[in-house]
Design a protein around this ligand. Structure first.
Ligand SMILES: Nc1ncnc2c1ncn2[C@@H]1O[C@H](COP(=O)(O)OP(=O)(O)OP(=O)(O)O)[C@@H](O)[C@H]1O
Length: 582
């Protein structure tokens, strides 16, 4: 194959002549008319080539093609500044049309054979109302031209209602698609996540509601084009919120596996989460912010302040199944970066070298069997917050995230327990999320790497909750309906019997919390609510299980920013690497 693909000839970039060689894995060109010592060579991995087109082509901000006989244009993804990627464009001129056609054909074949994970056909969902309502514009002006250059055909659906993307993925024919792209924020990603996981389990004949069932990983990749008000999943998996960088990761077929946490109540699957499942402070902030949606993104700052000032802690029993401490620790001060060793070892653990994935999954499942029940650890007390996160959950405001050493794909989550403490100490904990100081290095904070977590209320809480229900209804009338809506709107899957959820929801009101009623409430509520990736859960007592590498994103994780920075400076020194050549 290497020999078939090899092509070598003189090419011109501008008025300089180069000796160009395509080997299959690399396209290289070296200045031809210089003395040997002065000759510079540019080497572009074929895996980074976005596409090739005949003629002199401009791609961004607007596509234009000057159809000439002897030119072709190559686009490649390149890191411009740290984690930000952009399109590098090179215009080559050949001595003849025949040679030009040979080059474009060889390059296209090399892309097929040496970069096999590239998508050819994508299903794209655009939420026109996400974030600043610019989803459509972002996709058509920044992303679609790149997909076109890469020869990717996309079927675009602009959503007309919430959950349209999820329902489509659950019910419609997905044959021929390599991946699903969501243009929107975390809510839109969550829809696609639920749709794809549900569809995969349906097809495998698996029951998602049972936490003991080992779920099938999704065959389709998910791409995220950030266009929401919160784009945490994109930030934590790409390292930057930039539609062009994300589009380039999709085009070159980068693949980042991701752990997913399933949240269950009794025998019901409530939701899937990849980021935060948080009780106490984070639940209260979300509940409070829902009352002030009219404030826009400011509502989170406002609600955070209100909830902080209300100085609440909640009683609870937390049981957790620790992960193997020999593999990694949430306090080991490492970061999960591209090509992470911990995640790679986990891949070997979850998917040993055999095609029999059924048995592999059952071996993983044994960790949850009765044999491991003895390993459960139980703690009881009053907590400011209880959080479970499958990833660092870094975002622009908290660049290191809730758990800076968490891994994207090691099959574990981090459980963060913040015990009741003095308000100023808690403020210190919160503040440390915005700095590089270690938020776990505080006496009232515990962090554990876990495979599963159970949360329950201590005995006797039930009565207190009953008393609180009146207050709840007075403070946030109609909340009961809202709970049911939340589950049916965002809750897991079609096959979750709605009636079960509604019945459970009604029952749960006997035990579930009066949610936050702000500073106006004289009595501290007995229980908080769970914030699950930005949605309020209708149940207090939950069971969470981490599913290793259940989905794959078109991303490559966080590249080492320092290394990338050096690379970028090097490339600036050598202008020929910033390819815009003729
Ligand atoms: N056409 C639509 N109309 C109304 N809601 C929609 C539509 N399409 C998707 N949604 C829903 O909008 C919600 C928010 O979308 P998204 O995450 O894209 O934006 P966002 O601005 O980041 O949202 P938020 O800040 O509320 O999380 C999602 O839960 C999604 O289900």
């Amino acid at each position: 194959m290497e020999t078939d693909l090899r092509l070598e000839s003189s090419l011109w970039i501008g008025n300089k002549r180069y000796r160009a060689v395509l080997t299959g894995w690399h396209l290289k060109w070296t200045e031809a008319d210089k003395k040997n010592g002065d000759k510079k060579t540019v080497s572009v991995p074929v895996a980074e080539v976005v596409g090739v087109e005949n003629g002199r082509v401009e791609i961004l901000p607007q596509k234009s093609v000057e159809d000439t006989d002897k030119d072709f244009t190559g686009g490649r993804s390149r890191s411009t500044y740290g984690l930000l990627w952009s399109l590098g464009r090179t215009q080559f001129s050949c001595p003849s049309r025949v040679l030009r056609d040979q080059w474009t054909n060889h390059l296209r074949t090399a892309l097929k054979t040496h970069s096999p994970l590239r998508p050819h056909r994508l299903l794209v969902f655009i939420n026109p109302f996400g974030g600043k309502k610019k989803g459509r514009e972002i996709y058509h002006s920044l992303v679609a031209p790149l997909f076109e250059l890469a020869g990717i055909s996309s079927h675009v659906i602009v959503t007309e209602r919430a959950n349209q993307a999820r329902d489509h993925l659950l019910k419609k024919d997905l044959t021929g698609f390599d991946g699903v792209v969501c243009v929107g924020g975390d809510g839109m990603f969550s829809e696609v996540l639920h749709g794809l996981i549900g569809r995969t389990q349906q097809e495998a004949g698996l029951c998602e509601t049972d936490p003991a069932v080992t779920l099938q990983p999704c065959p389709l990749h998910i791409g995220i084009i950030p266009a929401g008000s919160t784009d945490c999943v994109c930030y934590a998996t790409v390292g930057v919120i930039d539609p062009v960088s994300s589009a380039l990761h999709i085009i070159i077929g980068d693949s980042q596996p991701l752990d997913v946490c399933s949240v269950h109540h009794a025998s019901t699957l409530v939701r899937y989460s990849v980021s935060l499942v948080g009780y106490g402070f984070y639940g209260d902030v979300l509940a409070e912010s829902e009352k002030h949606r009219w404030m826009g993104p400011l509502r989170y700052d406002y609600s955070g302040t209100v909830v902080y000032l209300s100085n609440r802690s909640y009683a609870g029993i937390v049981q957790y199944l620790p992960a193997d401490p020999l593999l990694s620790s949430p306090k080991d001060k490492t970061r999960c970066l591209s090509g992470c060793n911990v995640c790679s070892r986990s891949t070997e653990r979850l998917f040993p070298h055999t095609s029999d994935s059924g048995s592999l999954y059952s071996s993983h499942f044994s960790q949850y069997s009765n044999d491991s029940e003895g390993e459960w650890v139980s703690v009881e007390g009053r907590f400011r917050c209880v959080s479970i996160t499958c990833m660092s959950s870094s975002c622009a405001r908290s660049p290191l995230g809730l758990s800076p050493s968490a891994h994207l794909a090691d099959g574990t989550g981090d459980l963060i327990l913040v015990w009741d403490t003095h308000p100023l100490s808690f403020l210190k904990f919160l503040y440390r999320h915005t700095s590089t100081q270690d938020q776990f290095d505080l006496p009232f904070v515990e962090v554990h790497r876990v495979k599963a977590v159970r949360f329950s209320l201590p005995d006797g809480r039930e009565e207190e909750v009953h008393e609180g229900i009146g207050e709840l209804n007075r403070a946030i009338g109609g909340e009961e309906r809202e709970y049911v809506d939340t589950v049916s709107r965002n809750g897991s899957q079609q096959q979750l019997a709605q009636s079960v959820v509604e019945r459970e929801t009604m029952n749960e009101h006997k035990t579930v919390a009066p949610i936050l009623c702000g500073l106006c409430c004289k009595k501290t509520p007995a229980v908080s609510v769970w914030n699950c990736d930005g949605e309020i859960l209708p149940f207090t007592e939950i069971f969470c299980r981490i599913h290793g590498q259940l989905v794959r994103l078109y991303a490559r994780g966080i590249e080492d920013a320092a290394a990338m920075q050096n690379c970028s400076q090097e490339s600036d020194k050598n202008k020929s690497r910033c390819i815009t050549y003729k």
